[in-house]
Design a protein around this ligand. Structure first.
Ligand code: NAD
Ligand code: DAU
Length: 352
């Protein structure tokens, strides 16, 4: 067995697949174990290019099952955990909050418990790295930015479950001495993003000439970061972050939703050789998301000054690459937009 074995949970999802790829390619001497339940959001097609690599192992399983996790921890001798598995979509959390408690809270506590069971005789050299989110801070409505000191103020079932898991991670550090790291990132975009989220949903609908549902007045603001830059930040924090610390990660790239959708329409018209203005005519204002957070804005200066990370891909370049990826991967899009996703889509947008 390789000397350094790292468990990555949720590696078949959007961000997790980029993290798994980066670690598998960049660290051929590590063994990377990807543990994923393959929910509607988990797609092994995301990892086709690396699945045959000798340092990669996939384990299908559910973090809600503690005895399964104990068995996995005793099968492999994990140096560390990078925990991304979660229910991740705010709109779904409004309909099915219990699923979010079970996976995001109970699942995270199970993972902490399994790690503690295995590492408790000597925590030295181990790391439990929890991928949290900027949504735990709530909404920053009057200017300013979230820092790592901003009090947690989650306002949706999704962010409440992420805030609870974030705090359980800190509680295990406090009570057991678990060597933890936490990062809280802003909105990601890029290849392999499931088309229930804003950018890939709009790209998919533009391709198919379907309405572009903008919630409310489209005035909500998000800070967008290219997913590969998030994966780079996770690499840096896992290897060089100070144990016990929280690091914010952001793109310093705030966009009002409606401006972002207009920009995307322009890019798509150009790529699809449609007349300027064609895609924008599909924009449809729909009922707002209940309790819709107005603005997320991250101050990531701690990560930048302490660990030297900064975003490497500017937004026009990242958006261009993202659109090109979706246009070149029609089969991926077709696969994920069938079955469960379609039913979900119909129920979520019926009446809107
Ligand atoms: P995603 O929904 O694309 O992927 C989640 C993955 O977790 C899927 O592969 C799914 O199969 C797996 N999973 C779900 N429930 C599981 C369970 N019970 N057991 C094992 N595996 C399970 O999510 P994402 O957008 O890639 O987000 C990954 C992580 O990053 C999440 O923790 C999320 O909260 C956090 N995050 C996301 C963003 C973003 O913009 N997407 C930003 C900041 C933080
Ligand atoms: O900030 C980090 C978070 O970003 C992550 O923790 C979440 O996992 C991730 O899903 C994302 O949450 P958001 O709610 O910000 O992302 P979403 O893509 O769902 O929505 C982005 C914005 O666009 C939000 O203001 C709602 C709006 N929106 C979304 C959809 C899907 C629309 O106007 N229309 C839509 O159809």
């Amino acid at each position: 067995m390789a000397e350094r074995t790292i468990l990555i949970t949720g590696g078949a999802g959007f961000i997790g697949s980029h993290v798994v790829r980066l670690f598998v390619n960049q660290y051929p001497d590590y063994r990377i174990v990807n543990l994923d339940a393959l929910t509607y959001a988990g797609n092994l097609e995301n990892l086709r290019d690396i699945e045959q690599k000798p340092n990669y192992t996939f384990v299908r399983g559910d973090i809600r099952d503690l005895s399964f996790l104990n068995e996995v921890f005793s099968r492999y001798s994990f140096e560390g955990v990078i925990h991304l598995a979660a229910e991740s979509h705010v709109d779904r959390s409004l309909e099915q909050p219990t699923e979010f408690i079970l996976t995001n809270v109970v699942g995270t506590v199970n993972l902490l418990t399994a790690a503690r069971n295995q590492w408790k005789s000597d925590f030295r050299g181990h790391r439990f790295y929890h991928i949290s989110t900027d949504e735990v801070y709530g909404s920053v409505e009057h200017g300013g930015f979230f820092t790592e000191q901003t009090p947690l103020d989650p306002r949706s079932p999704y962010s409440a479950s992420k805030a609870a898991s974030d705090q359980f991670v800190q509680a295990f550090a406090n009570t057991n001495g678990m060597p933890v790291l936490i990062s809280r990132c802003s909105n990601n975009y890029g290849p392999n993003h499931f088309p229930e989220k804003l950018i890939p949903l709009m790209i998919n609908n533009i391709i198919n000439n379907k309405p572009l549902p903008v919630y409310g007045k489209g005035e909500n603001v998000r800070d967008w970061l290219f997913v590969k830059d998030h994966a780079r930040a996770i690499d840096v924090i896992y290897h060089r972050g100070r144990v016990g610390e929280v690091y914010n990660i952001g793109g310093n790239n705030e966009w009002k939703n409606i401006d972002l959708v207009h920009l995307l329409c322009e890019v798509m018209d150009r790529k699809l050789k449609r007349d300027p203005g064609t895609s924008a005519r599909l924009i449809t204002y729909v009922t707002d998301r209940p309790g819709h957070d107005l603005r997320y804005a991250i101050d990531s200066s701690k990560l930048q000054t302490e660990l030297g990370w900064q975003p490497s891909v500017d937004f026009p370049t990242g958006l261009d690459q993202t659109v090109d990826w979706y246009l070149a991967n029609a089969e991926w899009l077709r696969h994920v937009t069938s079955g469960d996703y379609r039913q979900y889509y119909e129920s979520m947008y019926a009446g809107r």
